[in-house]
Design a protein around this ligand. Structure first.
Ligand code: AKB
Length: 313
């Protein structure tokens, strides 16, 4: 039997699917979902749930003690676009939630932590193509600064206190079960909903903005594989580069056109363009491949087919 797991931020885009997958794998009663708000019916009815504020150490500690939690997946965060509007709130949520969980692990109240980083740790001075694991990192967004700082703290807690913390730098994630909220890569989900509803989409990024992306099934598989790998295989304790596919809004529209011939895309770039321009176009994930066997399965065509089939219902 797997020891109990706590997911903080279980109602978000990644948290929802992670909860379902971990419950299937380890048994619903062993996976405690928590969030500051309740989620959809399917999630709420699939197993235990606790209302939990990720910035409240005492509240997290109570849940950890009550359920004898062994591993925590901390998925609560304010994403790039929203964080630009509320810098201090983003810093408070993104950093304090991480310290809460790292300190629980340091004090041996839990034994393993997953914390998501992002391609947002890179900045305008980072090499754009095939961005390596170790390179210039000068993030120019509030979210990116919080993620880069978080990476440094993860490595520090591992080296100084032996905390078993594991992390990946997620690219933009594409999923149909739960909408993303407040990110710069959100267009790559909205576009499918609008294509089916209206046959048209106005994109907030320019046609040729190439970004690293990944289908959610791949992201969940990567996350669980990393967490299940033997500790000695995990050499990177800041966060691993992780690649799936890269494409532009124009290429994405073409892949939708193959299924919905009349679909039309138009472009009205807003403040998110500057954020996207500061991020890599593609990622080199050699370390993740070599150290714990990462390999993506979904390309753009497969993703489009999956998204449209599932959203059509
Ligand atoms: C965002 O757009 O903010 C996120 C991310 C790339 O971390 N999806």
């Amino acid at each position: 039997m797997h020891k109990p797991i706590l997911i903080i931020g279980a109602c978000g885009q990644i948290g929802t699917e992670l909860t379902f997958e971990l419950r299937t794998k380890y048994g619903a009663e062993n996976v405690i979902a928590s969030d500051i708000r309740e989620g959809g019916d399917a999630l709420m009815q699939s197993g235990p749930f606790e209302l939990l504020d990720a910035t409240n150490y005492a509240a997290i500690e109570d849940v950890v003690m009550h359920y004898e939690i062994d591993e925590v997946y901390l998925m609560a965060a304010m994403l790039s676009a929203t964080a630009e509007k509320f810098p201090m709130r983003a810093w408070n949520l993104n950093m304090n939630s991480l310290f809460n969980v790292l300190n629980l692990a340091k004090d041996k109240k839990i034994s393993k932590v997953f914390w998501p980083s992002s391609i947002a740790v890179f900045g305008p001075n980072t090499p754009k193509n095939n961005t390596p694991q170790n390179t210039i990192m000068e993030p120019s967004t509030v979210y990116g600064i919080s993620k880069q700082s978080g990476e440094r703290w993860c490595e520090y807690y591992h080296k100084k206190y032996g905390v078993d913390v594991r992390s990946v730098r997620y690219p933009g994630l594409i999923s149909w079960k739960t909408m993303p909220g407040g990110g710069t890569t959100d267009y790559a989900v909205e576009i499918y909903h609008e294509a089916l509803k209206k046959g048209a989409y106005e994109c907030f990024l320019k046609s040729d903005t190439e970004l690293p992306m990944m289908y959610m099934d791949d992201a969940i598989r990567a996350t669980i594989n990393l967490m299940e790998s033997p500790s000695e295989q995990i050499k990177v304790r800041s966060s691993y580069n992780l690649a799936g596919m890269n494409f532009t809004p124009e290429q994405m529209a073409k892949s939708i056109n193959a299924h919905i011939p009349g679909f039309e895309i138009s472009y009205a770039p807003d403040f998110r363009q500057e954020i996207a321009d500061s991020w890599p176009s593609s990622i080199d994930d050699t370390e993740a491949r070599n150290e714990w066997g990462w390999k993506p399965k979904f390309n753009l065509e497969q993703t489009t087919k999956e998204m449209l089939d599932n959203l059509k219902g």
